[in-house]
Design a protein around this ligand. Structure first.
Ligand code: MV4
Length: 507
């Protein structure tokens, strides 16, 4: 029997670092935080049992420093490293380096990471495993003739994708014959610049698709299960905004088929740990493997809620060499879960990141609500990292109940000091197409005007000035009282009620 993990170094920050440490705490495992200059006051540092400084704020000088992180793991006596998502999570070299240092990498083998990380190799491996892939090339595109021949076979439009890319990086859409060769040249040079690898491949373009992914868990003994799907089509520029499970378009038959393919995909690379198989799905429920994410994903909590499994705990059990404690037949979807990603961004200004200091935060609570975050009052969101503040996850017995609960939770959610995407998310939850489940990956661009529209507001300028003053001086009670009494004289005593009716609290 292998020695059990007693201390985990979390090589990440923000909400996911806290999320991972929470499962560690429940399992009686000590947690070690690492932090950059900008993260001295971050929540993950406070939550951890121990914390170590690893370098300057830019992630290239801290969270991406393999040597430093492994050194801290040894120094602190951590027997395992959890990489979270992003940073080193899908770095085959890091997985290997941990192994060489005698530290358990809580994630898949270097082989599984590199096979799935190279998209051409992944496609080949999936074809060999009988998993449906998008029609296109199985080898890298080595000549113009080969590209033209392939495109003739599959028909326009097509996409050119970088083998070293993924997640939408280095993609080009070709609709017309005259664009083929320039696009090919452009894609290759772009891939070379971005990834140091100019290998590209061609896929038939699937118009207006759904992005549906399957969560899988696999142990080191050849057992693998899927935890059903997540519908991730509500996205903007390859950034997911809302995720839900089950998918509104899924049928039991297609779900069972895709789930079985997801398990086959994992087994084809001897996968162990938690992973996600992304499929692209058209309106007729034709589905194709797109890529595999060999990490814990941002949106994992909706699966946890509907399937009733702590995915981080399973990752740790798997890393400990345990046999999965359930088989496919034990797993059921129960009810409906939705996640909204809350960003510090200015949705009215091209979604520009809006980091800054949190002046006030009131997090939603109550039945069926989970809030995975890391910020607190007075905390300054650094400019160096992703501006995601938190994830709001709700559960309902039905999709309708889940949407109503998400609206209620977003209504309760109040953050001042930074601009957030809360209002934008409320509009998504009120959109007729979202509410009836009629959406695909073009949902946000197709509805952008409505999603950004100014809400009707019956406040006059003085009301707005008053509320602004209230927020501005909320730490100076005397001044607030003075401002309020002046406003009451001007507007009569009903300003508060009028303000509440018009939703002024969220100004
Ligand atoms: C596609 C596609 C249409 N046809 N591939 C974008 C992210 C990356 N994982 C793959 N992506 C796409 N690949 C073919 N052959 C459309 C997309 C795509 C997309 C996919 C999932 C979620 C959102 C998307 C938004 C635009 C394009």
């Amino acid at each position: 029997m292998q020695k059990m993990i007693k201390k985990v170094l979390v090589a990440n920050r923000g909400e996911i670092a806290v999320r991972i440490m929470r499962s560690c705490r429940e399992m009686g495992i000590q947690s070690v935080a690492v932090f950059s200059e900008a993260d001295r006051t971050s929540m993950h540092v406070r939550y951890a049992d121990e914390a170590y400084y690893i370098g300057p704020s830019p992630s290239a000088e801290s969270y991406l420093k393999m040597d430093k992180i492994i050194e801290v793991a040894k120094l602190s006596g951590a027997d395992a490293i959890h990489p979270g998502y992003g940073f080193l999570s899908e770095n085959a070299k890091f997985s290997a380096r941990c192994g060489e240092a005698g530290i358990i990498f809580i994630g898949p083998s270097p082989f599984a990471i590199s096979t799935m990380g190279d998209k051409i190799t992944a496609r080949k491996t999936m074809i060999a495993a009988g998993v449906p892939v998008v029609p296109g090339t199985t080898e890298k595109v080595t000549s113009d003739e080969f590209a033209l021949k392939t495109i003739k076979e599959v028909g326009l439009p097509v996409m050119i994708k970088a083998s070293a890319g993924g997640g939408g990086k280095g993609m080009r859409l070709i609709r017309e014959e005259k664009d083929i060769l320039p696009a090919l040249r452009g894609a290759k040079s772009e891939a070379m610049t971005a990834f140091g690898d100019d290998a590209v491949y061609i896929e038939k373009y699937i118009d207006s698709p759904h992005h549906i992914e399957f969560q899988i868990l696999a142990d080191k003994h050849g057992n693998a299960v899927h935890l059903f799907e997540r519908e991730c089509s509500v996205q903007r520029r390859h950034q997911k905004v809302v995720e839900e499970t089950p998918s509104p378009i899924m049928t039991p038959k297609v779900r069972a088929e895709m789930g079985a393919y997801a398990v086959a995909a994992a087994k084809a690379v001897n996968y162990d740990g938690a992973g996600t198989i992304e499929f692209i799905v058209d309106d007729n429920l034709n589905y194709y493997f797109l890529e595999m994410n060999t990490r814990l994903q941002v949106e994992h909590p909706i699966t946890e809620r509907v399937v009733g499994v702590d995915i981080v705990k399973e990752q740790i059990n798997i890393a400990n060499g345990k046999v999965l404690s359930f088989v496919q037949e034990n797993l059921k979807q129960s009810g409906h879960a939705i996640e909204c990603r809350i960003y510090a961004e200015d949705t009215d200004n091209n979604f520009m990141p809006n980091p800054g200091t949190i002046k006030h935060i009131q997090e939603p609570l109550g039945l069926g609500v989970r809030h995975d975050g890391y910020v607190y009052e007075g905390y300054t969101i650094p400019i160096y990292y992703d501006p995601m503040i938190s994830k709001l996850i709700v559960w309902g017995q039905t999709r309708g109940e889940a949407i109503a609960r998400m609206r209620r939770a977003l209504y309760e959610y109040k953050i001042t000091g930074v601009k957030t995407s809360i209002k934008f998310l409320e509009r998504i939850m009120e959109s007729p197409d979202f509410c009836i489940g009629n959406y695909n990956t073009h949902f946000i661009e197709n509805n952008l005007e409505r999603l950004l529209a100014d809400s009707e507001c019956d406040l006059n300028c003085e009301d707005i000035a008053l509320i602004s003053a209230f927020i501005e001086y909320s730490d100076k009670l005397d001044k607030v009282k003075q401002t309020v009494s002046m406003a009451t004289l001007r507007h009569g005593a009903d300003w508060k009620a009028r303000g509440r009716r018009s939703g002024v609290n969220r100004l």
